[in-house]
Design a protein around this ligand. Structure first.
Ligand SMILES: Nc1ncnc2c1ncn2[C@@H]1O[C@H](COP(=O)(O)OP(=O)(O)OP(=O)(O)O)[C@@H](O)[C@H]1O
Length: 265
């Protein structure tokens, strides 16, 4: 069976500045993948390419083997949900109305949500701990509350694959852990999750696979390393790609970084 999401020979540049050259990736059903890399490495850009929001210069993104460029946005939305870093809304929506937008790909124009949709909306709000915020206007919520509303919208979308751009950046520590646990539970149930993350310890603790993006020897952006957290979070990668040194241990079969220090250039 073809993978829920893959890309073949993706090449991309912003204006004339070459960025990705020949990226090939396959994401399997039930994988929890962390995209890691320093600021400006290209994590968001890769997510936008996988979503079909940025157009590759060459190569293609495939959803279950079908080229994303041939699918309508509505069909793509049934397969891929996205949690962006931030969201600007032109009008005042309540949290519940925003979460309900996750059902739009399944509804006709002017069609209202049915009972089954409402159940999924309620469930997504419970899973992200925002049921008590349902009637609040989203633009009055704190950054972390708003982030959880956006995650709930993506869950209500019920897509087999979810892409998240730093979903825990503005969350308190408890909601960070709960969100990572929630994504882990969803992937254990078969969903594929690909999430950009800055916290390497949380990435190592929860993700099955890490993809490290960064500058290659030839100056182009590419995949520096792709594998288990143990394979990717090596002394050399931490030094070269993050300019840090750290003590790397294994605790309960999970990589744990401690004594993290910047390497002054
Ligand atoms: N619209 C654009 N036009 C030109 N360059 C861009 C554009 N968007 C992003 N870039 C550049 O592409 C590079 C990758 O950016 P991207 O946002 O993908 O990085 P990132 O890994 O997500 O970074 P961060 O961790 O800081 O969010 C950066 O050098 C950025 O300045």
């Amino acid at each position: 069976m073809s993978a829920p999401l893959s890309c073949e020979n993706l090449t991309f540049s912003f204006d004339k500045k070459p960025m990705f050259n020949n990226i090939n990736l396959t994401f399997k059903e039930g994988e929890f993948v962390g995209l890691i890399g320093a600021n400006g490495a290209g994590k968001s850009t890769l997510l936008q390419l996988l979503l079909g929001l940025l157009k590759a210069k060459s190569g293609e993104v495939l959803l279950h083997g079908d080229s994303i460029s041939k699918l309508k946005r509505r069909e793509i939305a049934k397969q891929l949900a996205f949690v962006p870093q931030s969201i600007e809304l032109p009008y005042a929506f309540t949290a519940q109305q925003l979460v309900a937008m996750g059902r739009n790909p399944y509804l006709g124009a002017f069609e209202l949500e049915g009972e089954a949709d409402k159940k999924l909306i309620d469930k997504a709000m419970r899973q992200t701990d925002i049921s008590h915020l349902q009637h609040r206007l989203v633009n009055t919520l704190s950054g972390g509350e708003k982030q959880r509303v956006i995650i709930a919208r993506a869950l209500a979308q019920q897509s087999p694959t979810i892409l998240l751009d730093e979903p825990i950046a503005s969350l308190d520590i408890c909601h960070q852990l709960e969100t990572m646990q929630l994504i882990q539970t969803l992937t254990e149930a078969g969903k594929t999750a690909i999430t950009a993350l800055h916290d390497l310890n949380l990435a190592a603790r929860y993700c099955d696979r890490l993809i490290l993006i960064g500058k290659q020897e030839n100056g182009m952006t590419g995949i520096i390393s792709d594998g288990t957290p143990e394979q990717v979070l090596t002394d050399e990668n931490l030094k070269k790609q993050f300019s840090i040194q750290a003590k790397i241990d294994l605790q309960n079969e999970k990589v744990v970084l401690s004594n993290i220090l910047p390497i002054s250039s």
